[in-house]
Design a protein around this ligand. Sequence first.
Ligand code: PEP
Ligand code: MG
Length: 556
Amino acid sequence: MAAELHGVGVSPGVAVGPVARMGGEVPVPPEAPGGDPAVERSAAGEALEAVAADLEARGRAAGGDAQAVLEAQAMMARDPGLAEQVEQLAAGRGAARAVYEAFGVYRKLLGGAGDYMAARVADLDDVRDRVVARLLGVAMPGVPDPGHPFVLVARDLAPADTATLRREQVLALVTEEGGPTSHTAILAKSMGVPAVVACPGATRLQDGARVLVDGGAGQVVADPGEQLVRAAEARTRAREAARAASAGPGGTADGHQVGLLANVGGPGDVEAAVAAGAEGVGLLRTEFLFLDRTDPPPVAEQVAAYRAVFGAFPGGKVVVRTLDAGADKPLAFLDLGAEPNPALGVRGLRAVRRRPELLAAQLEAIAEAAAGSQAEVWVMAPMVATAEEAAWFHGQLAGRPVAKAGVMIEIPAAALLAGEILAACDFASLGTNDLAQYTFAADRLVGALAALQDPWQPALLKLVAATAAAGQAGGKPVGVCGEAAGDPVLALVLVGLGVTSLSMAPPSVADVRMLLGRHTLDDCRRLAQLAAGAPDAETARTRVRGATPALGELGL
Ligand code: PEP
Ligand code: MG
């Protein structure tokens, strides 16, 4: 019987391939006496050479600057002085400990030899950890590179871990921890690969073991057997055929239109959004222009960046979110003083109200870019809590050449008073990532609280329903632009709750369009009732999936 692991599916699709585990911290080898000195010496020598050869081979494969760095690291592993130290130390200790101590001597020398050499300490530590990992038989540190496509298995993934991941190498992602809004989930959706998170037992899978990952059902099957693999391949083909057959504007089977838009983090994402067939942009995260700088970007630079995005969607809608600084999006030049709890501090619209010149410059840039473009430009403010704030923001846009001025609903107070807020502006967009954070008092950056960030939580869905109902009552559009919108099954629920558009990472557009096109508005309403009436997120997800039979057949 093939072993099955269960977690939360956060990015649909099915993949089969060999496991490669993300290396954690390499343990410090214990100070215990070693075995036969000759055996320990030769083990250490072999490990140093194997790591050097591996680094060289990776260098050749990478080319460019990376090759120079990797070759310099290979030279460290082949340093004759280091080999001598290791030989001497290996007489009384195990090979791993001898390597660890010999590198320690070099580390001190480098650390005291000026800034340039001190910067090489990290490279040296990396070589040491690789040699020690090899001798101890534990996973190599960092992103694995087995030389063939793999299923990446990790405890959890941080942005720094995955910066070098290449799409063509990664078949699927599986993590033991994390949740539906974790970095892994966001990354998997943006790469368009299947992913299962919160999957107990995942890190016990061995490197090289063949697994089947079903990112819709949240299932990982070790050593799946040919029958299961063939069935998975059939589901992938069915999904691809169904996606190819659904084109054009988003809507239900009975013709109820739902705008399908892309979340864009900068001009670099625009191509993918257009290729995915997004009808426009539902969330342009303008922070990309402001992060990692010491001064605000000049207006001309902003105009050029906005123009690049508007120009990609002639006749389409582009919703620009004004600067959302603070907490998970810190800004060096926006010094508003130390805050004990930045997520509840001066952030989003509150921050720019204290630095009005920043907002004024941004609105001027948006207006200038919009004036010469064929896109329908909407502008919205992040982190709006009250109707007064919505009215203030709306007032800032009076007389400017933008089609609509609206707000994000990411704070429960705003969802509860959505009627009053919508009366003060033109539209609302639900930021379900932050709305979940504030509804459950669960920091979105704390992986251990990820289950509370689950967008299937009925409490969150009720706030979505209240906002959508206010929109319908006032005849104002209410979209969703949090991660929730990119889950094709949850998208049905959101439409059933009454939202009018969905904005998501570009790779999710095709699945959402396809599944929505197979359901009527009444189907969506029925699923929405099932979800919002469930006692918890897991029950909501299970009930709705159970009532949507085509999912298994499509690998969603
Ligand atoms: C959200 O909070 O759901 C959202 C879309 O905004 P961000 O993730 O950029 O905070
Ligand atoms: Mg937000």
